[in-house]
Design a protein around this ligand. Structure first.
Ligand code: ATP
Ligand code: MG
Length: 415
């Protein structure tokens, strides 16, 4: 037997139906907020990702040379591809551009619960102006999506990475060392962050001040303690979020996103029920388009880890039952089989989910198949029924049977 590659999954019909259901809730919500869907290729020129995240990213993604000798990578995320698309195709479009996407991403990571080599992100980006309402709109959509899925237990934390960047550069951390240090702080690897700062001659008071700053988290009351432009921006953001009805939001200045291109507001959503891999959404504002050869433009966005948020819903006991068929049509004998095809076709044309026995089973076995397909009704096609232009309809849950005229069958089954 050939196994599927490590870190990948197969989705069987029940699971796929569940995934499509939740996906459609997300899509619906994004559309309610005025976002429009886009799609980009599953693979890109590797340069797109190294430009954004540095050459080391290649160790973490699926990169290869194609037969023409081009350096190609499977996309590890969709923000860079969407911004590339913006620069290539949409740079003259009216703003703000409000885009969303759903698709698979690939990362060469150690697989574990909630961490796969192929996984799905549902994300959104706004390309517009650096106003607090733009960031608020992105955060409000992220929260609305999470609520729409029905997740109850989650924590939404908002911070501002600009303040930390400024603090670090004021302490003497050079621009080229910033990304690595922020990555350590993001992963809460404080010992490693300390040695990096020591190497840049940051004093121990300075280092402690950085750690204290990243530990600053709590309710809105903390807002008044943040100085400067960033403080004013955050205060404005939080007051707009309130108008948007986003209430359960925490201010957390330790919200550090590892990636280099985040510049201002950053936010994360965690589902505590997930344990170690609990981050279900990450986002913030960034400057990426000029790196990709476009003009400098303010953008903000987020990505929901679709697989992880489904795991969190499962942990909370959210149950989803597959829809099943409206009707399963079965013939009592070979002579009535042709009529079963005629009848199932009539039901399908009327928009009912209907199936028919393809295995030439005996009635009792075919009835078992009808139950396994979770059909609401079985339509039994027998010679005596047909003589009266009728079929026998069995309600599967109660076992009740009655003869229904074929002319009334559709309306009877639709009721
Ligand atoms: P982490 O810190 O957990 O590695 P990240 O910060 O790299 O995640 P992002 O690039 O912001 O994650 O991706 C957005 C979301 O995608 C994450 O919050 C997470 O829910 C999900 N995600 C990231 N990597 C994986 C993966 N390998 N498998 C499943 N989901 C993932
Ligand atoms: Mg992270």
């Amino acid at each position: 037997m050939i196994q599927r590659p490590r870190g990948t999954r197969d989705f069987l019909p029940d699971e796929m139906e569940r995934r499509r259901h939740y996906e459609s809730l997300l899509r619906e919500t994004a559309q309610l907020y005025g976002f429009r869907e886009v799609a980009t290729p599953m693979f890109e020129n590797t340069e797109l990702f190294t430009t954004k995240s540095g050459p080391n990213i290649v160790d973490e993604i699926y990169s290869f040379q194609d037969k023409g000798g081009r350096e190609i990578s499977l996309r590890p995320e969709l923000t860079a591809p969407v911004m590339r698309m913006f620069v290539n195709e949409l740079s003259n479009a009216p703003r703000p551009l409000k885009l969303f996407y759903f698709g698979q991403c690939f990362r060469y990571e150690r697989p574990q619960s909630g961490r796969y080599r192929e996984f799905f992100q549902f994300g959104a980006e706004i390309i517009g102006a650096p106003t607090a309402e733009t960031d608020a709109e992105a955060i409000a959509l992220a929260e609305a999506m999470i609520k729409r899925l029905g997740l109850k237990n989650y924590v939404l934390r908002v911070g501002h990475i600009g303040i930390l960047r400024e603090k670090l550069s004021g302490l003497g951390v050079p621009q080229e060392g910033m990304a690595e240090l922020l990555q350590k702080l993001d992963k809460k690897l404080y010992d490693e962050a300390r040695s990096l700062m020591e190497a840049y001659d940051v004093s121990s008071e300075g280092i402690n001040a950085v750690f204290e700053f990243t530990a600053l988290s709590g309710g809105k009351d903390l807002l008044s303690r943040i100085e400067g432009e960033a403080g004013a921006y955050l205060r404005e953001l939080f007051s707009i979020l309130e108008l948007y009805g986003v209430e359960a939001v925490q201010l957390d200045l330790g919200t550090v996103r590892g990636l280099d291109y985040y510049t201002g507001v950053v936010f994360e959503v965690e589902a505590p029920s997930l344990g170690a891999e609990k981050q279900v959404c990450g986002g913030g504002s960034y400057t990426l388009s000029e790196l990709l050869g476009g003009e400098s433009v303010f953008s903000t966005g987020f990505a929901i880890g679709f697989d992880r948020i489904l795991l969190a819903l499962e942990k909370e006991g959210a149950n989803f039952s597959p829809q099943g068929l409206d009707a399963y049509v079965l013939a009592t004998a070979n002579e009535t089989r042709p009529d079963s095809f005629r009848i199932v076709t009539m039901l399908r044309k009327a928009g009912l989910r209907a199936d028919v026995d393809l295995m030439r089973r005996k009635l009792s076995k075919a009835m078992k198949q009808a139950a396994a397909s979770r059909a609401r009704y079985a339509v039994i096609v027998g010679a005596r029924d047909l003589a009266e232009n009728a079929g026998t309809v069995r309600e599967m849950s109660s076992g009740e049977q009655r003869r229904v005229s074929l002319d009334e069958l559709v309306s009877y089954l639709s009721a």
